[in-house]
Design a protein around this ligand. Structure first.
Ligand code: SAH
Length: 185
């Protein structure tokens, strides 16, 4: 009994360490590196998502719920693109048409692709969402892709942990340069 409990605890710790390692790699490499990472290690995605869910479960609020709340305040006719959709909670929770993009399909709703290049026409969506998914060092390319698919006057919603930003003001300035106007922070 005791050795089984010890073993379970050690396995849990190893999984947590693997999650942190994968998470770090996603944030320090390009989105193309992320594609390669999950291709070369199929287990990595399951481990990543288990660890992700565990971590977010400990937070007082899951940002995806705030995004869902915000979306419900807008018209259901608006078309949404969810970049790095994970388990597609947004698509499952709103009446809007939601395009779900991720590297690996956790659900059948997911279109598998690198979010730096999504299979959508120019100016085809009203709202683009990055919920804890603004990963990859080629951020500019990814945000330009969101800009490309957004209709003129469309909305970009970003939820990230504060520690993700070395300098939030610099980020906001860079966003302005990309053509996004801050309406709510
Ligand atoms: N938005 C979801 C999941 C966040 S976890 C939620 O809030 O619950 C971050 C997600 O981004 C992961 O599912 C990861 O696979 C995805 N992701 C990371 N890099 C990506 C890329 N280059 N292209 C597509 N998805 C990516």
């Amino acid at each position: 009994g005791r050795s089984a409990a010890l073993r379970a605890r050690m396995e849990e710790r190893l999984l947590a360490a693997r999650f942190r390692y994968i998470n770090e790699r996603l944030y320090t490499g390009s989105s193309r590196d992320a594609v390669e990472l999950f291709k070369s290690d199929p287990d990595a995605f399951q481990i990543y998502h288990r660890g992700f869910a565990q971590q977010v479960g400990r937070w007082p609020q899951n940002p995806v719920d705030r995004i869902i709340q915000r979306l419900r305040q807008r018209a259901a006719s608006l078309i949404v693109a969810d970049f790095g959709c994970g388990d597609c909670k947004i698509a499952d929770s709103v009446r809007n048409k939601v395009h779900c993009f991720d590297l690996v399909p956790l659900t059948p709703r997911v279109t598998v692709c690198d979010m730096a290049k999504v299979p959508l026409a120019d100016e085809s969506v009203d709202i683009a969402v990055f919920c804890l998914a603004l990963m990859g060092t080629n951020l500019q390319e990814i945000l330009e892709e969101a800009n490309r698919v957004l209709k003129h006057g469309g909305t970009l919603m970003v939820a990230e942990v504060a520690s993700r930003f070395e300098d939030l003001r610099a980020f906001m300035n860079a966003m302005a340069q990309l053509g996004f106007k801050s309406v709510n922070k």
